[in-house]
Structure formats: structure tokens, C-alpha cells
Design a protein around this ligand. Structure first.
Ligand code: ZN
Length: 474
């Protein structure tokens, strides 16, 4: 289908005869049902929905219609380095970005990462992403990040951050305030947050940043529960100073004590679980199991494309896999057998939709297919793939069977951004490619060809030779 065959702006869109996961509070599932989008919002969901005049229809038969997915934590600027750190640990990530090379990124490099990251999200069915934008070492970097998000298709929550300075310092800069205000007033930006971490240093210098957040009406999102970086002391300091507010987002939330989880739960915190990241990089065991124990609402996130793509199917699959692996492991240690898995596929679909909406404080606008909510809709359908037949357990199908290649249609606010499996924003992709070429050339020239190559392939130290009679050495 060519863009010329797309509906005109304002034309009603109806997805017909699909299996609808409404993700309403009751998780209502409708078979052979329609979803009507009018004026950018969900107008009706149900069987035999009448078409207003001039409705553009999309055949959803043999497909699953679900709300657009929501990623609650993604360092979008780092998509410029897509896959570069695939063999890294968290330590190597910290060294490369925080100590050695993160400062080299110019405003246009931040923007280039955001442009490609935005398309990556939309193409995979993620209609809203939180840009945890922590490479903003100057307000000019911030302005470039906002502009890139605002001009990209899809919805974005801009979370201002800067790993190159202390949060109590950069929040004092009136220019930073101006950039955040411009994002708050930009109709192309869906929401704003503030992003910084609390290691738990003496004297709690972060108090000023929390004050700034309150003053600006910003939700705080913080990497809390990261092995060797932010753990119980950070939570203890925040709790002691009374800054933990309902809706604040605790990213990773691994490696924490029961007491810290209790503090998060008691203050109305929300978690952002990045299972692919936690199990790869070493923040701690993916926390879904602990969050469930403590009743902390969960959302899902992808973290960074320096390892992982924007794909929430992977996020759902790895999250349920890690949870079930732990459940079995704990039982086996006691010589017991798990006969009933307690985390269900339905739960992780909830976390990828409603959970994400909760984490951005916008469950009244997105996260489910209900009349009055924004028209952010994903159709999973692939008539040429054997994977889509039969569809028996729709939640199971979304989590364990489907992939981003099966995302047929993506609609954001009543605008079709992907159709018949093809991203329609090809001009945006072209622009992002050009910008990235410039960024990569620049970074290689700054870092040096040899360092650039070496950075991707961290050496494995020589294995210590064990005392062993069968090893002959001097
Ligand atoms: Zn992160």
C-alpha cells in the first residue's frame, strides 16, 4: 500500500474482524471484533461497529489488535551506537560512556540517535517511549534531543538527564529549565520526566534535584537497584529525606533488599524492568519476581540499543522467562517441583501496555483500547507466515510466538505509521541514516580507528591456570 492510499488526515479508521486484546481493567478479549478510531481517538471497540461515512478500513482478520506498547526507559541517543557493546558488561558500558567517550557526542549526535531510535520503536509496535536522555552535557544537547523527538513519528516522554555532571549542579542551570519548559510546551512531546541516579552519598546532595523536580512538576525516574552503582543506600537516603513520591520510576530495581522494595511499594513507586539488560549487563537478577512479591507495579523497557533493539516482544519474552527460571530454580533448591507458573503471559502483556502507561502517569490516555483514549493501536498480522496460524491463546501468541516482523499496522493518534508490515516514514528513515553517517564518521575520527575497533571487543583476560598435575609448565 502506498502512502497515497493512506487515509487523509481526520478520516476515520476501522480495523475490522480481529481478535482484540482491549487491555482494559478487566482484560476483556473480543473475537471477530472491530476497533474504530475517529479524530485521533478510540471511538468504539466491539462486534459489528458501524462505520461513519468515508471510513478507511483495515482487514484485521487472522490478526491480533492490541494497544500500542509503551517502553518506560530507553536511552534513545545511544541507538547511534547500535549493537556496538553487544559483548560488553555494565562496567565496560560505564567506562566507555561515562568516562571515556560519552562527552564526545555533539548535540547533532544525540539527535541522530533519537531519530533512528524513534523509528525503531514505532516500527516494532512501541507507540510511546520514554527517552531517558542522560547524555545532555549542555542545554544545546537538550534542545537537540527535544527537537529530534518532536519531529519524529510516535509519542515520546522526554526525561532530561546528564551523566557528565552532578544533578544538583545541572538542575541549577536556568538554560536547562528553559529546555525542559520548551519540552513541556511542545505539542510534539507527550510528557516530561527528570532522570538522575542516587548512589547514596553522604549528605544527600541530590535533595536539590528532587526539589527542582517538584518545582517543575516532573516525575523522577532513577536507576535504582544496579549492582555496584545504586542499591539500598540510595533508596535509604531517598526514603529518609521523604522525596519518594507516588509514580516515581525505579529503573531495574534489582539487587535490592526486602526493606528497599517495601519502601518503594509504600511510597507508590513504579518499576521499569529491562530484563534483557539486567540479565546481560549485570545490574542484578531481573526483578519481576521480587516486584510481584512486594506488589510493586511493573512496566517494561529496553534500556539501550548499544546492546538491544526497541523490540518489546523480546522484553516480554525475556521477562517471563527470567521469572519462570527463578521460580523453578528456587523450588529445585528445596527439592520441590513448580506445578503452576505464577506469572502469566497475560501479565507481561499488561506490563507492556497498561504498566507502561502507569509508569508515565498516563493510563487515562493510553495503555488500553477503550473509547476516549488516544488512537494508538497495533495490529499483529502476517498472512504469509506460518507463525500466525492457529491463534488459540492470544496472550501466549503475543508473548511467545509473534515478533516485530509480524507487526502489520501501527497507528498513533489516528495516524497510520506502519502499514502491511512497512514503515511509512521512509523520509524520516532516510534523514536518520544521513545524520547517523555523519555521527559515526565524526566519532571514529575523534576516538581513533584502532580504539573504535577495540572498544567493541573487550579482551577476555587470560584464564588463570589452575594447579593441576596434568599441566606442564615451568
Ligand atoms: Zn538505563
Amino acid at each position: 500500500m502506498s502512502p497515497s492510499e493512506m487515509p487523509a488526515a481526520g478520516q476515520p479508521i476501522k480495523l475490522t474482524n480481529g481478535l482484540v486484546l482491549t487491555m482494559d481493567a478487566e482484560h476483556t478479549v473480543l473475537r471477530n471484533a472491530d476497533v474504530l478510531v475517529v479524530d485521533g481517538k478510540i471511538a468504539e471497540v466491539g462486534a459489528n461497529v458501524a462505520s461513519p461515512p468515508d471510513t478507511f478500513e483495515i482487514d484485521a482478520s487472522n490478526g491480533i489488535i492490541m494497544p500500542g506498547m509503551i517502553d518506560s526507559h530507553r536511552h534513545m541517543w545511544q541507538t547511534a551506537m547500535r549493537g556496538y557493546g553487544a559483548d560488553w558488561t555494565l562496567t565496560q558500558y560505564f567506562v566507555w560512556y561515562y568516562l571515556e567517550h560519552g562527552m564526545k557526542f555533539r548535540p547533532q549526535d544525540i539527535a541522530a540517535g533519537n531519530l533512528i531510535s524513534a523509528l525503531d520503536a514505532v516500527e516494532s509496535g512501541v507507540t510511546t517511549s520514554v527517552d531517558w536522555s542522560h547524555g545532555l552535557r549542555t542545554p544545546e544537547h537538550g534542545a537537540a534531543a527535544v527537537e529530534a523527538l518532536s519531529s519524529s513519528p510516535g509519542r515520546f516522554v522526554f526525561a532530561y538527564g546528564n551523566i557528565h555532571a552532578a544533578p544538583w549542579e545541572w538542575t541549577k542551570d536556568p538554560e536547562v529549565r528553559r529546555v525542559i519548559e520548551s519540552a513541556q510546551n511542545d505539542p510534539g512531546i507527550f510528557g516530561t520526566q527528570i532522570a538522575f541516579d542516587v548512589p547514596g552519598d553522604e549528605g544527600f546532595p541530590e535533595a536539590a534535584a528532587f526539589e527542582f523536580a517538584r518545582d517543575m512538576g516532573l516525575t523522577v525516574t532513577t536507576h535504582a537497584g544496579v549492582w555496584g552503582a545504586t542499591g539500598d543506600p540510595g533508596i535509604a537516603a531517598m526514603y529518609e529525606h521523604g522525596v519518594m513520591q507516588p509514580g516515581y520510576v525505579y529503573v531495574h530495581a534489582a539487587t535490592l533488599s526486602d526493606e528497599s522494595y517495601q519502601k518503594i511499594a509504600a511510597t507508590g513507586g513504579v518499576a521499569s524492568v529491562s530484563t534483557e539488560s539486567e540479565q546481560t549487563c549485570g545490574q542484578g537478577y531481573p526483578p519481576a519476581f521480587a516486584l510481584r512479591k512486594h506488589g510493586i507495579p511493573a512496566s517494561l523497557s529496553v534500556d539501550t540499543s548499544v546492546w538491544f533493539s526497541a523490540d518489546m516482544f523480546s522484553a516480554m519474552r525475556t521477562t517471563i522467562g527470567a521469572d519462570r527460571a527463578l521460580e523453578h530454580y528456587i523450588a529445585h533448591q528445596k527439592d520441590e517441583t513448580v506445578t503452576h507458573a505464577t506469572l502469566r503471559v497475560e501479565d507481561v502483556v499488561d506490563w507492556a501496555t497498561r504498566g507502561g502507561a502507569t509508569a508515565i502517569g498516563k493510563l487515562d490516555e493510553v495503555g488500553s483500547l477503550e473509547p476516549g483514549k488516544l488512537g494508538d493501536v497495533v495490529l499483529i498480522k502476517n498472512d504469509v507466515s506460518p507463525t500466525m496460524t492457529p491463534i488459540i491463546n492470544p496472550y501466549g501468541h503475543v508473548v511467545y510466538q509473534a515478533g516485530r516482523g509480524d507487526v502489520h499496522t501501527v497507528i498513533v493518534g489516528g495516524e497510520i505509521l506502519k502499514s502491511e508490515g512497512i514503515l511509512l516514514a521512509q523520509s524520516h528513515l532516510e534523514k536518520a541514516r544521513n545524520e547517523l553517517e555523519n555521527t559515526i564518521d565524526y566519532l571514529i575520527s575523534e576516538i581513533g580507528e584502532e580504539q573504535w575497533q577495540m572498544g567493541q571487543y573487550p579482551e577476555i583476560p587470560e584464564t588463570e591456570i589452575l594447579q593441576n598435575p596434568y599441566q606442564y609448565r615451568k
